[in-house]
Ligand binder design. Sequence first.
Ligand code: G1P
Length: 293
Amino acid sequence: MPISKAVIPAAGLGTRFLPATKAMPKEMLPVVDKPAIQYVVEEAVNAGLHDVLMVTGRNKNALENHFDRATELEAVLTRKGDQRRLEEVVRSTNLATMHYVRQRDPLGLGHAVLRAHMHVGQEPFAVLLGDDLIDERDVLLERMIAVHDSHAANVVALMEVEPSQTHLYGIATVEATEESDVVRVTGLVEKPRPEDAPSNLAVIGRYVLQPEVFSVLEDTPAGSGGEIQLTDALNSMAGSGLGGGVAGVVFTGRRYDTGDRLDYLKAIVQVAATRDDLGPEMMAWLKDFVATA
Ligand code: G1P
């Protein structure tokens, strides 16, 4: 069955960015001139997933507004003849078919994904986490969908991280396959200390999941941080082989983390550097600034 649905968990409180996130969802923080969440929806659409379900919570109305029509703004820009900005405003409106469900209780990523069950039904689907941005010049989600189709398995995206960083990620135990960028995942553990980590291959926030994951999540008890972890459900599927087990696509492209303040600042600089309109001038200024700071 071809995959058409993307699920984007966006219910987190964004406490690391307070006070900016007191009245605004962290997903709306701009990376250059686009809210972080729009990059993620664009990535899903570019991979052919036009049906997007956001799992939201309180204080997240701005997300719905961003992907809805803004008639007043459109009228003003039309009157002014500002075609370029009008196109930008209309772009996020027409990007995808958007759906929203509220998580209600903040019980973890696994719990958030479980809220998508009614919408997704018995189809495979993708999950994209908003803190991870993948450079649009690098292919990840399309590759994961292809691996899902050929292996008939759940697929996670893996990336090598510094061994000291394992406590921030789900970490995989893997076996090689004949395809150089694909591994068989035999186990997953959520946020192990470096001394307990089975490898330095971290799950970065992209998943292609079999619908069997929902029944597994129903039976998954709270784990790391007292939350229901998607990692724990996938570890169980890797062990039992349910849904075809778990494969990993090892990503070596460009990933930008917007999860904490320093990484967010780095992401802005990295994305701006790639832009034709801002990159050259910003880089020249940055070199000068670093040399004289
Ligand atoms: C989540 C997942 C973790 C994964 C990470 C990727 O953690 O639980 O397994 O490695 O996303 O960004 P979070 O960053 O939401 O704490």
